[in-house]
Design a protein around this ligand. Structure first.
Ligand code: BEZ
Length: 212
């Protein structure tokens, strides 16, 4: 069965551009983002990897470690890394798993045989510090992902873990949020949301983002 939200991200040991990685050990207490690429020396992946490397300070600010995967050897990854630096103006600064034996891609269901027998689709797994899968995303090989959106989801997950809120459509950090409907005790609502809230419906209460 496919991995689902709330499942523990399977542990593995595999080669990478930074040597052998034991995934759970490598994650430590951080959040993690594991994302797959169909193959080395492919154009869309080249742009994605350069962009994620440029975003690294943003991931670090949120306590997130990023790790890519492609079904080629670490030797191929190293040659490809030179192309990424040359064409994207940004060197790789996070590990890229060398999944030539497809061990990790199979474990995580990243190969969808009806799309392609051997290459991975573009999978993303956001993993929390308890190693629970909090987001899965699957894109076709021909469509580059929006990593700003993935950062936005991390912001939402971290905010909603901390406060009893959910984030509405197209929410961006700093926008108003929604008080979770399960919170009904008026005294607790007042205590948790001292700036007040607007009640559009009993189940739709909007409040300024807490902690800002
Ligand atoms: C790419 O990364 O550019 C790509 C990979 C497989 C199929 C199409 C595009």
């Amino acid at each position: 069965m496919a991995l689902q939200l709330g499942d523990i991200a399977p542990d593995f040991e595999q080669e990478s551009t930074l040597g052998r990685i034991r995934f759970h050990h490598w994650l430590g207490d951080s959040w993690g983002i594991l994302f797959s690429h169909p193959k080395d020396f492919t154009p869309v992946c080249t742009t994605e990897l350069g962009y994620v490397a440029r975003l690294k300070p943003e991931f670090e600010r949120r306590g997130v470690k990023v790790i890519g995967l492609s079904v080629d050897s670490s030797g191929a990854h190293e040659k490809w890394a030179a192309d990424i630096a040359e064409t994207q103006g940004q060197a790789l600064n996070f590990p890229l798993i060398a999944d030539a034996d497809r061990k990790v891609s199979t474990l995580y269901g990243m190969i969808h045989p009806k799309a392609n027998d051997t290459l991975t689709v573009r999978s993303v797994f956001v993993i929390d510090p308890q190693k629970k899968i909090r987001l899965t995303l699957t894109y076709p090989a021909s469509t580059g992902r929006d990593f700003d959106e993935i950062l936005r989801v991390v912001d939402s997950l971290q905010l909603t873990d901390k406060h009893k809120v959910a984030t509405p459509v197209n929410w961006k950090p700093g926008d108003d949020v929604i008080i979770v409907p399960s919170l009904t005790d008026p005294a607790e609502v007042k205590r948790l949301f001292p700036k007040g809230y607007k009640e559009l419906k009993p189940y739709l209460r909007v409040t300024p983002q807490p902690g800002r």
